[in-house]
Unconditional design. Structure first.
Ligand SMILES: [Zn+2]
Ligand SMILES: [Zn+2]
Ligand SMILES: [Zn+2]
Ligand SMILES: [Zn+2]
Ligand SMILES: [Zn+2]
Ligand SMILES: [Zn+2]
Ligand SMILES: [Zn+2]
Ligand SMILES: [Zn+2]
Ligand SMILES: [Zn+2]
Ligand SMILES: [Zn+2]
Lengths: 347, 347, 347, 347
């Protein structure tokens, strides 16, 4: 099959070609619950840039060359002998983790913390390709309203945004405020999820006027230009007390310190983006009683919930389509902030 | 009246006399809900050392000379014209914050986040004295089983430990683990509260053999000597995954990094002690999905709950009594780690 | 002042005059925190009909003649000497309970369960009058967007619906269903609150075509005619499993059994309306693991939340105005199902 | 193999022989995840009496003759070709439900509400036998401290009591009260779980002096003789307000009305036992804002939690052993209230 393969890290992200579009061996069914999915679309993620940079080498054991792409949807192409519930031809979206379902985390519904799992596109070959090897427990059948290439980025970008926004929505009350930092691929979904799940007023902070405009169409109530006066602007909008929830989809540079400063006493700062550091005196955590919440991608059940929102039109992904052979162009466009919404590779 | 008065900051904590025992003007009833309490005992707190050091100058507007002491209990000496519910002679414990009860935080039961409050001993004269000015809404009548001098440190040391341990107990399940870092004045109460409120196994980390022995009598199931191999020891006790809750009563030095390293994926690190910094890459928060929880002193209702535990003997304060005129000795003993439990000043 | 006074119970609700419009003594400030409100509007509630019927005699100690009206808003007319925070002329909405704020329920934010409170219009004179005696802790200042006569019914009809819908919204996930039984004065607000606070699909059951049409404009996604086949209709809409939340604003006749039958396994049936009986074998509760939730009016803080929704236009009360002298007409119109939304008396 | 087989219902429970001890065909592995367990012990449950009475005929499709026994533990005897994680010879306890793990309830950790499951002993052959057919997902390996015959009743009696007590422990605060109605096979475990998971004071109501004595050894703080004055006794113990949680392990006769009357305003009544009816006016649910909670057996993860408590000695089952051939004697002893704790059949 054709795939866009990563052969070398590039810490400065300056190479013209991050991946090489080439012919590779097809994946094969090896175990009873294996499923091969023909890719309809694969989302291009900032994590892919971080993988190219080599940031993930210390977290995950992966050997080059391998195929990135952890945001996948398509059609069932082949199933192992033990597979029930999906059949060849079904259109499906792929939860990023493939689990056996036996560990206590899975039994409690926290499959993202499974002890025994694979993560195609991170620690195994992913979906920058024509075909993907995954497993039955990762698959959700799509309703007729949804097409694989249009929903692929929900599996990680969407699902991570959903999980963080859902956590915030559990405590946000009418009259309270949520700040979203970064209205990009994840952020523009997070805004829509907040608008669907609670009645807090939503303030979006971004440095790009285009992203702020996208935020407005996604349901933001107040727009704030990122920069020196962003904290003051948020405090002014919130009666001086800050927002009860701040969801930081940037997670690097001054976003972190500013995000914490925008958080109200007794409020929560949700960290989703990464690359930077949290650096705060313990006395400031104590006197303000703030909470800092790390956020991983959501569970299988949460992807079902997100598909229910998408099916009803309550969230919409803004995607820009590239051919699989144009993977490098998509990665560079993302790196240089030229994508408002989410890039998808189509084989 | 007699009081132990702070006249000057001492950033190095090397002075022989931090406070001066002297005659000062008695406090007076000024407003309808004011209450004067004759002090039965006033707890000596690490926060008092931090006040002497001047750490709190940037957080709180306080002018010297003033009287420290925010952990108070005693007997009602005089009441304002609007006071109901307590009368002269009642033995009472004083919630550290005096609020009007009108702001939305108070209306929701979060009186520690009241917008309009005073905090005797922090931003007003406190209980290192014979008499204290407080307000009706701060007072809880003591059951007969409890004596002011024995319970005074519950108001802050106990109540802060209670709140953090209660938060942890809400998610700790049988088969899970709680780590307590620091078995001192707060920690030894936190251990007892955990043992009363949940069935997690309790691991206590401290560098002092005496404190570890105190921890054992408080209900700790496993004792770990603080130091280089403490993280490994906790991982070994928890099947390699760390503890679902870590409560850090130290909050400075290497306790913070080690505390975060002892926290299981999807677990929570509760920060109570202060003086140091939290410093962690955002990627580590994301991939582990940990939560960092700041902790302030508890609410009025939580002090009622803590008194119910004390009344039934489910928590016991280990106190060491000093005369009010010996305040400097108590402060130095605390500073040099010579107190296992909690010092109390008795006028 | 003028008031519409209840002089006698009428168990069959057949009298032409339930209340008599007449001159009565003005209320007076007696205690420091008392406030007199000049009524801008007083909601007419099904509870008022139940009071006339005498249903409440066994629950509440009230002596005739007295003035009904527990849903009040207006302008501050006079304040006691201890009142802060509101001043003469302020436009205010009145939380129905007047509390001292000292009991443990109040301290925990559950002021509706206050041990020491009065409930004007239920156990004291209410707002079917020109002036109302209430207390400072009951008052919320109105934003400029809201006028007393337009918001009065929020204090009970709105607030009770808000509380029940908020409880349901805490567990309703995308892809799940909420049934609202009865789209009247409370129900039409409950629908709007659900739509604002969660993304469940909302099914409304009512016997009146007009009420169903009102439900649609309030945000209902599916409309079901009450009657024999209503349970089957709900099961068909929910894939055979029933709704995860059923909010019953009727609470009498066959609504109760049908409401329980519409509730999914592991789901919750919220009972708000009253007059009938819950009658269910314990085995059915066990095998389905359903929960039955009683619902009282909401807290002061919840009324603040509801006003935030109203201020932003996320909930709208459908009111029909009557002069205070037309109170009997309003009560009869309500009794005979001629009001879609809520009647308000204007002095 | 030998088994005690049910051949006929007996609505009056007057027959001498409810089941017949006889030779039957051995169970066989049919599907990849099947497991055969050699029974070490099978708990005898009030539900078995209700099955004999025929109460369950309308709930569950079961054809006579069949083998009861849904509380099983033993040793793995044979495994299907797809089984991982357990091997022949392992000592195991059997969660009562056998699920595939694929439905959304399982994915969320609520396996007791699985759409596709079997329930050996209820709708399939159970453990009143030498061997039991179950599935991999139902099995938990026992720690060395625990022996199958001593833990078998945990699977249902223990797990149901655990789940109800755990739900209550999530909201019970120090200073609050829990009432346990019925200190029998389930109740005596429920008491121990409450004592382990929270610090509420525990009041036990039972009509048997022996059961009350067992309750005391299990951790009850107050004992109340069931009967006319039981409600008054509970109100007297709780300052007149009732208990914040009432767990009713009887669920028939006057226990239900009395249990609801013992429940404090804003409190919860947990119904576990069955046979009777809940019958309460909706107005009483509204004015008191009580909640009625149905309780099914717990999840797989909850059985893991309960085993952690048992392993640490925090709960202890009081069992009385019978040979499998004495099944009728055990059933009659249970029926006539002669068992304090739990009967276990040993093949
Ligand atoms: Zn991604
Ligand atoms: Zn797993
Ligand atoms: Zn202190
Ligand atoms: Zn306040
Ligand atoms: Zn010193
Ligand atoms: Zn009303
Ligand atoms: Zn109160
Ligand atoms: Zn059973
Ligand atoms: Zn299932
Ligand atoms: Zn018998």
């Amino acid at each position: 099959m054709k795939a866009a393969v990563l052969h070398a890290f590039d810490e400065t992200l300056t190479a013209k070609e991050f991946v090489r579009y080439e012919e590779v061996t097809d994946p094969k069914i090896a175990r009873p619950m294996d499923v091969i999915v023909r890719i309809g679309g694969a989302g291009v993620c900032r994590t892919d840039l971080h993988i190219v940079e080599g940031i993930w080498r210390s977290k995950v054991d992966v050997k080059l060359p391998y195929i990135m792409g952890h945001e996948n949807a398509g059609w069932v192409e082949a199933v192992g002998p033990g597979v029930e519930g999906v059949k060849v031809g079904d259109s499906v979206i792929c939860h990023p983790l493939v689990t056996s379902g036996h560990c206590l985390a899975c039994r409690r519904g926290n499959d993202m913390h499974a002890l025994d799992s694979s993560f195609p596109g991170i620690n195994a070959n992913g979906g920058y390709a024509q075909y993907l090897l995954t497993g039955q427990r990762a698959l959700i059948k799509l309703p007729k309203s949804l097409t694989p290439k249009d929903v692929a980025p929900y599996t990680d970008a969407g699902l991570t945004a959903y999980r963080a926004a859902k956590k915030a929505s559990r405590h946000l009350l009418p009259g309270e405020y949520a700040v979203v930092i970064g209205a990009g691929g994840l952020g523009h979904i997070g805004i829509q999820v907040l608008a669907a799940l609670c009645a807090a007023e939503i303030i979006v902070v971004d440095r790009s006027a285009d992203s702020l405009e996208l935020a407005r169409t996604c349901g933001a109530h107040h727009l704030v230009k990122a920069g020196e006066s962003a904290v003051e602007a948020v405090l002014a909008l919130t009666g001086g007390r800050g927002a009860e929830a701040v969801i930081d989809f940037v997670g690097e540079g001054d976003a972190i310190a500013k995000g914490l400063a925008m958080t109200a006493n007794a409020g929560s700062y949700y960290i989703v983006g990464y690359g930077g550091k949290i650096d705060i005196p313990t006395i400031d955590m104590i006197t303000t009683e703030k909470t800092i919440v790390g956020n991983l991608v959501g569970t299988y059940a949460e992807l079902v919930e997100l598909m229910a929102l998408a099916d009803r039109g309550l969230v919409n992904l803004h995607t820009r389509e590239y051919r699989l052979s144009e993977a490098n162009e998509a990665l560079h466009d993302l790196h240089h902030g030229r994508i408002h919404g989410r890039a998808v590779l189509i084989p």
